[in-house]
Write a protein that binds this ligand. Structure first.
Ligand code: DX5
Ligand code: ZN
Length: 222
């Protein structure tokens, strides 16, 4: 069985109590904190920046996974690294120089990854597999929490799983958007190993009950 990781997205957390929220979700079994950065330019929404990442950093020991939905990307990368990010991903169409942006993330001591919207072609992967620690597939169009999982993503997950396996590299395959207890197993079956979930966890009263149920579903995957 692969190592499965559950990455709650703070987008659905109570921002007035963010430190407590991330502590609670890690105590409930979260492996990673997913940190959605939106700029009201690349996506039609505005969230949080390095200051908030720095503010939650002392509250948790687990990796902070910064998902940049911003354009351009390079200027903000070192700021997030200094703010305590461990993983930084960006959308390839938001960077003029993908190879440079990936290298910049690694030069700043973080794991680097590309994010693909449901309609973004995978050809961006072709010449950068050796610079990737993670590939993030969006299963909704980015910008908002609480949207429904787009089923076609399962085929894309399987295609990327094949590319990763063929590369022989240790690259995480993360899926983001509309992940719930009732579809996490299908995403895992298709080849994902890391699961972002915002509204499914922070939207519910008992974080541990949701995370435990997700793990039970994952345990059933052959
Ligand atoms: C969407 C964000 C997701 C989102 C997931 O643009 O990247 O991380 O918060 O939220 P749910 O799990 O509610 O779809
Ligand atoms: Zn995200």
């Amino acid at each position: 069985m692969p190592t499965y990781r559950i990455a709650p997205s703070i987008l659905s957390a109570d921002f007035a109590r963010l430190g407590e929220e991330v502590r609670n979700v890690v105590a409930a079994g979260a492996d990673i904190i997913h940190f959605d950065v939106m700029d009201n330019h690349y996506v039609p929404n505005l969230t949080v920046g390095p200051l908030v990442c720095e503010a939650i950093r002392p509250h948790v020991q687990v990796p902070i996974d910064v998902h940049l939905m911003v354009k351009p990307v390079d200027r903000i990368i070192p700021d997030f690294a200094k703010a305590g990010a461990n993983i930084i991903t960006f959308h390839p169409e938001a960077s003029e120089h993908i190879d440079r942006s990936l290298q910049l993330i690694r030069d700043n001591g973080c794991k680097a990854g590309l994010v693909f919207n449901p309609g973004t072609p995978l050809h961006y992967l072709e010449h950068v597999m050796d610079k990737l620690d993670i590939i993030l597939l969006m299963s909704v169009n980015p910008g908002f929490g609480g949207q429904s999982f787009i089923p076609h993503t399962l085929k894309k997950i399987a295609a990327v799983r094949k590319l990763i396996d063929e590369s022989g590299r240790d690259i995480m395959l993360e899926v983001d958007g509309g992940i719930k207890i009732d579809n996490i197993a299908a995403a895992a079956q298709a080849g994902a190993d890391t699961f972002v979930a915002g509204s499914a966890i922070f939207g519910k009263p008992d974080y541990k009950a949701v995370i435990d149920s997700m793990r039970s579903e994952l345990a059933k995957v052959s």
